[in-house]
Write a protein that binds this ligand. Sequence first.
Ligand code: FAD
Length: 313
Amino acid sequence: MTILLIAEHDNVSLKPATLHTVTAAQKVGGDIHILVAGQNASTVAQAASKIDGVAKILLADAPQLADGLAENVESTVLKLAKNYSHIFAPASAFGKNVAPRIAAKLDVAQVSDITAIVSADTFERPIYAGNAIATVQSSDVVKVVTVRSTAFDAAPAESGNTPVESVEVPADSGVSAFVSRELAKLERPELTTAAVVVAGGRGLGSAENFHSVLAPLADALGAALGASRAAVDAGYVSNVYQVGQTGKIVAPRLYFAVGISGAIQHLAGMKDSNVIVAINKDPEAPVFGVADYGLVGDLFSVVPELVSELGKA
Ligand SMILES: Cc1cc2nc3c(=O)[nH]c(=O)nc-3n(C[C@H](O)[C@H](O)[C@H](O)COP(=O)(O)OP(=O)(O)OC[C@H]3O[C@@H](n4cnc5c(N)ncnc54)[C@H](O)[C@@H]3O)c2cc1C
């Protein structure tokens, strides 16, 4: 049994989602080979070679792989696929883009967004916005699997010394071209990898309040900012901040839900956080059902008080 794991990276550094996916792959057993498909991506391959418990790093380096176009990553993976029992990728925007093409071309069913490994062919994955967990068994020869990063710890990447091998890259598929990328510049930690998240909802009432009330708390805690969909839809912040079923899935050490009611679609994105603190004026708000600490009160007085106390600590 050998697993091919598609690394997520930006040609310079390995994205943390890759490390979480390695931990999932290790639970399957067998050898793990990591594919770094990119351009001038040897520093990424070197970073991958430091991950413990990996047998081989495959470096596919070519101009047509510079921007992670799904068609070119797919053809690179297909050239290698016959050697593998499993193909793993993170269930991130990148993995969700490339894995279905690979599964379709191999004529196998993809197992998406897994949160646990039961055995080499059986996996758990959340359904109905995380309200039920399905156990899925695949009888396909090659199992194409995407992994929910927040369900697995990051594999250590310190003491490994895995050899890097170059692999042949098929010609540019020519069916897509990279045009441009607009990256949101965040002054705070990135939402999906932050240790602390301060998220706000419709209870904040306006974009101005969202920033004036929550930014000092986020600053005091070194936290990323997040938001409910209602806050995004009302224009308080852009949708890069949205947490939930149709937003980002996060599992920080500490999650603050401020003026958020706790609809199931929001909980689907944050209920695996280690410690959840809810601040809401309504004692019946469903968010208190998942909160480790609940504070019933007006956020406009409670949050500034909290910031002032943190300042004294
Ligand atoms: C298909 C689908 C997908 C969805 N995806 C997502 C998603 O990804 N993420 C998401 O968040 N939602 C999602 N939603 C929307 C979701 O159902 C809720 O509508 C949304 O989460 C509500 O956001 P909210 O909690 O900010 O607003 P509300 O439900 O309006 O809650 C506001 C809360 O603020 C409290 N409040 C008000 N004023 C104060 C105050 N002064 N002090 C303290 N508390 C106060 C209120 O008591 C209330 O509990 C989705 C819905 C659908 C149908």
